[in-house]
Structure formats: structure tokens, C-alpha cells
Design a protein. Sequence first.
Lengths: 112, 113
Amino acid sequence: QKEVEQNSGPLSVPEGAIASLNCTYSDRVSQSFFWYRQYSGKSPELIMSIYSNGDKEDGRFTAQLNKASQYVSLLIRDSQPSDSATYLCAVNIGTNAGKSTFGDGTTLTVKP
Amino acid sequence: DGGITQSPKYLFRKEGQNVTLSCEQNLNHDAMYWYRQDPGQGLRLIYYSQIVNDFQKGDIAEGYSVSREKKESFPLTVTSAQKNPTAFYLCASSGGGDYNEQFFGPGTRLTVL
């Protein structure tokens, strides 16, 4: 079993819809969770960080964390074609360990 | 502007040659990392350093070497022992805090001819 697993996709949604991206992790002591957006040929860009159970909202993005179920998700509301990218989930073990384990990513396509 | 720079952007190497990829940051971050990304794949950790003059192997360190003589710099050498070096190489840094999130440089695309 991989330490961090994501739906491989591709995920396709119409413009204006909600895109839902999911990630599960295997290590129960994982403390910090991140979502990165990566456009084709570019480096990953951090878009959300979360470490407490519940929801964290930033603009059109909402990260949801459920430590009991070892599950973190990213919701993108009012999806735009510019949101089309690969989304990487990353997990840190321990708040100061600084070592992230990345999932393989989910490719999202938003169709106009 | 604070950030992470990597050079060169594109690098071509003949088989049997060692090459060194540069990574510099002016974010005053203690920790730095090197990842490799193959097409359609996630990131795999090569080496990381949490403090100057110290570094640890990641999941795929064979065929690579690093040094951390200065806080700002973490160069990666891809040696001839690395069998499949063609990939996208990403450098990142993190500064601690509650999240200890990592920030990435623009990457170096290495192609072996």
C-alpha cells in the first residue's frame, strides 16, 4: 500500500461545477497535509495547508481533513478552465519533521 | 524578491558524464530538498538537508550526491552511476513553523543523450 494515495483520474468537470479531489494516507501519526497544483511542465505550487480536523477555506478552495478516517480532500468551487492541472496531495509526519510524502497526483480538466 | 532558483532550466548530458544541478534560496529556510519527477508520476525524494553540513538520503538516493556547505545552496550531482537520469528535477525548501510546508523552485529538466 502506498503511503499517500490519490485517485489517478483524469477528472473532468464542466466550468462552474465543484471539483472534488481525494487523498488517503496510511500513517496515523501524520500531522500536516498539503495540496499543490502543478501545471504541465511547471513546478508544484502550494495552494492549501491543513493540520486540524475539519474544513479550511481559502477563496474557491476548501481543504477537508478527517484524521480518524485518514482522509484529506480538496474542493474547488466554481471551477474555471485555468484550474485544469494536476493536483498533488502531500503529507508530513510530525509537525517539524519537514519530510513530505507525495501522492502521484490527480489530473483535473475543466471544460468550458 | 524571495524565492528559490534552479539552474539550468534545461540540461543535456551524454551517458557517462556527471552533471551538477544548482539550487539557491534566499528565504532563510533551514531545510532543503531534492525530488525527481518522471512523466505522469508523483515526486520522489532524492536527498534532504535540515541544517547546514548535514543531509540524509531519501527514497531514491543511489546515483546521486549532494552537499550543503551554505544555508542558501544545495547542489545535486547526478553521477554516471544513475542508470535512468532523464527526468524533471525539483528543489524545494521549508522554514519550519506549524505546517513546515515546502516551496518549490522552477525545476531543471535533464535529458541524457
